[in-house]
Ligand binder design. Structure first.
Ligand code: NAP
Length: 187
């Protein structure tokens, strides 16, 4: 029987110093962040995952319009919330910043301000834009032990290639979730 390591840290450096943009999501083993109709019932809640500690790491959240329409911004109360969309009207969404332009200036501006890390909350489409602009510093993926067969991809194609360097991993035995953290490296 193979031994399972838990909460083991590796020493790989992150890709950039300072405030990081981290794409942190739950993913099925076959690479989906939601089912074909946006289902998320398969994302199990493991009692050992400390969501309070995870949220404390961030004070800014960025997300695509589709994620915002599912999640809202309620659980990010008091934090900076930036929603990327060319179709939402800012006046209809007080309390969040709607950005319709290119991703780079908005993220460079956020990174230049003092603060904690920035949670790239999803989804895959926005992640692809951010990756293409070389803005994503880290990928934190909680692999949920299920095969969905179809759905919304963690990273839709076509997308640029990027290197990943493992910085942390943790196994949650109660749910079988495997949490993997990577620094992103660009060539
Ligand atoms: N498993 C998880 O942890 C997790 C986490 C987050 C989300 N999700 C799920 O993922 C699904 C949504 O993901 P998704 O990949 O389909 O969509 P998404 O990335 O959330 O949203 C895509 C939308 O964001 C806007 N957008 C993307 N790139 C942009 C850019 N460069 N500039 C301006 N606007 C941009 C566009 O909105 P407009 O069309 O308005 O222009 C685009 O249609 C939802 O079902 C959500 O529940 C799962």
């Amino acid at each position: 029987m193979p031994r399972v390591k838990t909460a083991t840290k590796t020493s790989a450096p992150s890709s950039s110093p300072g405030r990081q943009l981290r794409y942190a999501v739950a993913m099925s083993l076959d690479g989906f962040i939601a089912g074909p109709a946006g289902e998320y019932d398969w994302i199990t809640m493991d009692p050992d995952i400390d969501f309070g500690a995870i949220f404390k790491r961030y004070d800014a959240f960025v997300m695509g319009r589709k994620t915002y329409q599912v999640s809202g911004a309620g659980m990010m109360g008091g934090s900076t919330v930036v929603v990327f969309s060319t179709t939402l009207r800012p006046e209809d969404h007080p309390g969040v910043t709607i950005v319709s332009g290119p991703v780079e200036p908005a993220i460079r501006d956020l990174k230049a301000r003092p603060g904690k890390d920035i949670w790239l909350f999803g989804g895959g489409e926005l992640f692809r834009s951010m990756l293409a602009a070389r803005l994503v510093d880290a990928v934190d993926v909680a692999i949920v032990p299920i095969l969905l067969g179809d759905g919304i991809r963690f990273l839709p194609s076509p997308a640029p290639r990027a290197g990943l360097s493992l910085t942390n991993h943790r196994h949650y035995p109660k749910s079988g979730i495997m949490s993997l953290e990577y620094a992103v490296t660009y060539r």
